[in-house]
Structures are given as C-alpha cells and as structure tokens.
Design a protein around this ligand. Structure first.
Ligand code: SIN
Ligand code: FE2
Length: 217
C-alpha cells in the first residue's frame, strides 16, 4: 500500500504539544517532505536569492531572507511591508510550490485552523549567531488566519512570549521538521529566535531554514 504524501505526514503527528489555546507544536511534521521541500527551495533561491534586509532603523538583519507566493515580506529604511515584487529583481516573487502549500494547509488544519490560504511564504536562513528579536507578526491586513512556521536544518531555540513585550518568554527547542502553528487567541503573541548555535545538517549545511506561511492580504 502506498500512502499519499499527507496521510504519510499524518503518521508523524505522534508528538504534538499545545502551548496555549491556539498554539501547537507539531514535532517532525515536515520531515516526510524534506526532499521535495529542499528541491523547491533550490528553484526559489535561484530566482530570488537570500539577502540581508535593512531594518527601518538602519541595521542589517542577521537572518537572510527571501519569499515565495503572491507577496513577499520586505524591510528597508522606509519600513516593513508586503510587496508583490522582489525589490532586487523587480519581478514577481517565485510562486508557492504545491509541496509548500499542502504542508502549510495540513499543518494549519492539524493545529485547528481549517481553510488556511497563505499568500506569502517568508523564507528565513540563519547562520551561527543569527537571531530574531522578540516581535509580533502584525504587518498582515487581518489576523484571522494563523501563522504556520516550519523549522528545517540545524536546531534553534524559539522564544514564545506573551501578548505584551514584557512577558517573559518560554524557550522551545525546535528541530528539523518541527512545525509551529499559532492563531486565534495566540495570533499576536510575541516570539523570536535565540542566537543559533553552530551546527551541520545533511540538507542545509551550516544553516537553519525557517518557512513562515502567512495570509498577508
Ligand atoms: C519569524 O518569526 O518570522 C521566524 C521564526 C523562526 O525562524 O522560527
Ligand atoms: Fe514572526
């Protein structure tokens, strides 16, 4: 018997952790699709290479980024925004591959959010020492859709904060294949990534790759 891609993925849901109402960690959920995901990443980054964006405050982000989908998240001295074109090439972002869309929708459903229609996949690449400080995802037009965040490659520690910046975050170790889903009452929780430790992974080398799916528009 041959299992379809996502029946197979469903078998990997043995370990799921609910962090709070609306937020779930799906351990290893993306692992069955790792080969197809990395193949798609190769096509995307050939068209829209990773780059270090500049924050509105003038700092170079330690995380390198690119996007696929109808929109991409970008930052420059004028602010943060979603843009339908890659400012480096002037062309539309590469389309969202089916394997990404199917994974995001299956994970969202598993986290309790049916009918997720992401229009952006922000792709983050962390090298040793790269970090993402505590922030809320709030550049989107609405907050009714969840966030689906896929961890690949070398591990990292995710900071899961509260609804206010001052709330002390809990530390969640994330490994290759782990997927976090947060929405509903958890949608605007603060979160971030501690500086990534040196490591090596067969598929990503010295990097951690994160795919963040959102509905921007
Ligand atoms: C993000 O918050 O945009 C990315 C989080 C992560 O890299 O896991
Ligand atoms: Fe975020």
């Amino acid at each position: 018997m041959t299992l379809s891609l996502f029946e197979d993925a469903a078998l990997y849901q043995a370990q799921r952790e609910e962090l709070c109402p609306g937020a779930t960690v799906l351990r290893g959920f993306a692992a069955p699709n790792e080969a197809a995901i990395f193949e798609a990443l190769g096509y995307i980054t050939a068209q829209a290479p990773f780059r270090h964006l500049i924050t509105p405050g003038g700092f170079r982000m330690s995380v390198a980024m690119t996007n696929c989908g109808s929109y991409g998240w970008v930052s420059d001295l004028t602010g943060y925004r979603y843009d339908a074109t890659d400012p480096e090439s002037g062309k539309p972002w590469p389309g969202m591959p089916d394997v990404f869309m199917n994974l995001a929708q299956a994970a969202a459903a598993s986290g309790g959010f049916d009918d997720f229609e992401p229009d952006v996949c922000l792709i983050n690449r962390y090298e040793a020492g790269a970090r993402l400080s505590l922030h809320q995802d709030k550049n989107e037009r609405g907050f009714s859709a969840p966030i689906v965040s896929v961890s690949l490659g070398i591990p990292a520690v995710f900071l899961w904060g509260g609804s206010q910046r001052k709330d002390k975050p809990v530390r969640i170790p994330l490994a290759h294949g782990d997927v976090m889903v947060w929405g509903g009452p958890a949608r605007l929780r603060y979160h971030g990534i501690l500086p990534v430790k040196e490591g090596c992974h067969p598929l990503s080398g010295a990097h951690r790759i994160n795919l963040t799916f959102r509905k921007a528009v």
